[in-house]
Design a protein around this ligand. Structure first.
Ligand code: FE2
Length: 374
């Protein structure tokens, strides 16, 4: 079932009715929460701050909350095969189930979005314990992903009722904030979801990339970036485009089985240190051909960072009118070639690295070919 695109509302110039304050958390549904927690903790330097599971009275699933800077990830896995989390895992493997959005008024956010055509997942509800009241409501977006509206202003506990604090130290890699979260949708559905974010959520189109801009000899994709009213939340939407061979988006859809979250970009203030740390801890990144670095100074001009280190670490650079950015993409984080992460450091540029797309996608295609999927 898909979201109906509402027709009655005017296209634009509505106030920012959702008033999203932040991305409250990203909830991964996985096969083994304990091991997923260890990966985010030991490789990515997230600090485990809360746990829910059998020992806390949760008979349904094991769940860990981890934080790095303002980023909050939750990883959960079910105890029983009949749980909806188990069905989700059977279909998708590990993946993002929830992108939760912090708001001051859950009731208003739920009403505003469902009136504009969002499909409800659950209506406003309150959970409480000795630490206060935790309010949520949820709507469906692409694939099986939910947007959960969260109001934690009256909740003083560590994450949500049912969770107990964990006192564990972490060695931060410098991942500070979520920059953007990208969704892959089916062929021909990009504009449907662009409309959804515009009409239902009050987002605006920030940038669009055509398949001519994002194509290699073999494959292509199209992408549009949607941004919320205050600019804090950016959701690019990708769809595959016709190419000679299978695009990376098609490969994703073939293994995730439905649309879903493709990558989460996390900002750092020192990408050289962050990437060096992550590499040392075994995080694998894509590497573009060395020729990329031979023409880099000519392409992007002067940058603050040491080019030898940029090349050594495999970091990509792009420049636009407003400044430049540094970015790098990991290999898939799980066995299926589905979700991955990006590390990004911005120096004025608000772009997404369009100048890197070609080199990058050629690198991805090399990996696709190794997987027998090109
Ligand atoms: Fe990105």
């Amino acid at each position: 079932m898909s979201v109906q695109t509402p027709e009655a509302r005017p296209l634009s110039e509505e106030a920012d009715f959702l008033q999203i304050k932040s991305i409250d958390h990203v909830h991964w549904w996985v096969g083994n929460a304990k091991q997923a927690m260890y990966y985010w903790w030991k490789a990515f330097g997230f600090r485990p701050v809360a746990y829910s599971g059998l020992e806390t009275g949760n008979r349904r699933f094991a769940s860990y909350v981890l934080e790095s800077g303002t980023i909050r990830f939750v990883v959960s896995a079910p105890y029983h095969p009949t749980d909806e989390m188990a069905a989700h895992h059977l279909l998708h493997g590990d993946g993002v189930k929830v992108i939760a959005l912090g708001v001051d008024d859950v009731e208003a956010a739920f009403r505003a979005t469902t009136e504009r055509g969002a499909r409800a997942a659950w209506s406003p509800r309150e959970e409480s314990d000795g630490q206060g009241v935790y309010r949520t409501a949820a709507i469906h977006t692409y694939g099986e992903v939910l947007h959960v509206f969260v109001d934690r202003r009256d909740y003083g506990g560590v994450f949500a009722p049912g969770y107990q604090p964990l006192a564990l130290e972490a060695d931060s890699a410098g991942l500070a904030a979520i920059d953007h979260i990208v969704g892959n949708v089916e062929l021909g559905k990009m504009n449907h979801w662009v409309n959804f974010y515009h009409k239902v959520m009050g987002f605006r189109l920030l940038q669009g990339f055509t398949d001519e801009q994002i194509s290699t000899e073999y494959s292509a994709l199209m992408s549009k970036v949607m941004q919320n009213g205050n600019g804090r939340v950016k959701f690019p939407i990708n769809e595959p485009a016709e190419g000679k061979k299978k695009s990376q988006i098609e490969e994703y859809l073939e293994y995730y089985m439905t649309p879903g979250v493709q990558h989460i970009a996390m900002a750092t203030g020192d990408i050289l240190r962050t990437v060096r740390t992550l590499r040392e801890r075994g995080v694998e990144f894509l590497r573009v051909p060395d020729a990329y670095y031979d023409v880099l100074p000519e392409r992007v001009g002067a940058i603050e960072e040491d080019l030898a280190q940029i090349r050594e670490l495999g970091i990509l650079v792009d420049r636009d009118d407003e400044g430049y950015l540094l970015q790098i993409f990991s290999r898939p984080l799980q066995d299926r070639p589905t979700a991955f992460i990006e590390v990004i450091e911005r120096h004025g540029s608000r772009g997404f690295g369009v100048g890197n797309f070609k080199a990058l996608f050629e690198a991805i295609e090399l990996e696709q070919a190794r997987r027998g999927n090109l």
